[in-house]
Design a protein around this ligand. Structure first.
Ligand SMILES: Nc1ncnc2c1ncn2[C@@H]1O[C@H](COP(=O)(O)OP(=O)(O)OP(=O)(O)O)[C@@H](O)[C@H]1O
Length: 261
C-alpha cells in the first residue's frame, strides 16, 4: 500500500499539486487520470521519489519515504518496478540484456539464476523467442511487454506505469492493460498507472484518482464513474460521443440489474 498525505509541490513558487491525499492499495490497479497539465506526472514522480514534495508525506506501507536514509531509499528502489512512456528500453542492448539489467543492479544472483529468471519473465509476457532481438527489431506492443518483463524481474512490491498504452493501437492497448492487471494480482503489487486512456479507466480502474488543476477532484472505481454526478469528471471521461453512449447503456443495464434483484 502507498499513501499520499496532503502532498503539495511548488516550482518557482507556483503550486502545481495542492494538497493531494490518496491511498493506493495492494493487489489493485490504481489509476491517476486528469487533463493535460493537471499534475499527474508530477504527482507520480513525487510518489516514486523522483521529486521531493514541497510538503506532505508519502508512506510505503507504514514507512515514511521522505525520512529514509540513502541506503534505505536504495533498498526501497529495488522493490519498485517501472514502465515508463515510450518503454525506455536501452537500444544498444538485446531484449534479454534489457530485462536482466535490474538483476545486475540490485541482486547477487549467479549467471545461471539470472538467465533462468529472465527466461521466466519473458515467458510470462509471451516473448520467449524475442530475447536475442534488439528493441528496434520488435513492435511497439512487444517493447511494452519487454518493459513490463523488466519491471517485474525483481519481484517488485510496487509497480508504476506512466502512460503504458501511449502509441499503441486499441487492441494492443487492451492486451497490455490485461497483462498489467493480471500481474498486479499474481505479484500482489501496489500498481499505480498514469493514463489518458479511457478504455483503461473503464476496464481496469479498480481505484481511480481524478486530478484537476493539481487538486484531487474525485476518487472511486470504474463502476462509480458511470453514475458520478461530478460534472467535471463526466466532461473529462465521457467527452466523446461513443463513451457517452456507452455510459448511457451501462447505466441502463445497471438499473435493469438492480430492478431484477
Ligand atoms: N520540472 C518542472 N518545472 C516546472 N514546472 C513543471 C515541472 N514539471 C511539471 N511542471 C508543471 O506542472 C504542471 C503539471 O504538469 P504535469 O506534467 O504533471 O501534467 P500532466 O497532468 O502529467 O500532463 P500530461 O497529461 O500532458 O502529461 C504543469 O503546469 C507543468 O508545466
Amino acid at each position: 500500500m502507498i499513501i499520499a498525505d496532503n502532498i503539495t509541490k511548488k516550482f518557482d513558487g507556483i503550486e502545481v499539486l495542492k494538497g493531494i491525499s490518496a491511498t493506493f492499495e495492494k493487489g489493485k490497479t490504481n489509476l491517476i487520470i486528469g487533463q493535460s497539465g493537471s499534475g499527474k506526472t508530477v504527482f507520480l514522480k513525487c510518489l516514486l521519489g523522483l521529486f521531493d514534495p514541497t510538503s506532505g508525506d508519502i508512506y510505503y506501507e507504514k514507512i515514511n519515504a521522505s525520512k529514509l536514509s540513502n541506503i534505505e531509499r536504495q533498498n526501497l528502489r529495488s522493490e519498485i518496478g517501472t514502465v515508463f512512456q515510450g518503454s525506455a528500453l536501452f537500444d544498444s542492448m538485446t531484449v534479454e540484456q534489457n530485462v536482466k539489467f535490474p538483476l545486475e543492479m540490485f541482486t547477487n544472483l549467479t549467471t545461471s539464476e539470472k538467465r533462468n529468471r529472465v527466461a521466466e519473465v519473458l515467458e510470462r509476457v509471451n516473448l520467449r523467442d524475442a530475447g536475442k532481438k534488439y528493441p528496434s527489431e520488435i513492435s511497439g506492443g512487444m517493447q511494452k511487454r519487454v518493459a513490463i518483463a523488466r519491471a517485474i524481474v525483481n519481484n517488485p512490491k510496487y509497480l508504476f506505469c506512466d502512460e503504458p498504452n501511449s502509441g499503441l493501437d486499441p487492441q494492443t492497448s487492451q492486451l497490455i492493460d490485461k497483462l498489467i492487471h493480471e500481474i498486479t494480482l499474481e505479484y500482489n503489487t501496489t500498481t499505480i498507472i498514469n493514463t489518458h486512456d479511457m478504455n483503461s479507466v473503464l476496464e481496469i480502474g479498480e481505484n481511480i484518482v481524478y486530478l484537476k488543476n493539481g487538486i484531487k477532484e474525485w476518487e472511486g472505481d470504474k463502476n462509480s464513474i458511470l453514475t458520478t454526478t461530478n460534472q467535471n469528471l463526466i466532461k473529462f471521461v465521457f467527452s466523446s460521443k461513443i463513451f457517452t453512449m456507452a455510459r448511457e447503456a451501462m447505466i441502463y443495464n445497471l438499473k435493469k440489474e438492480q430492478n431484477i434483484k
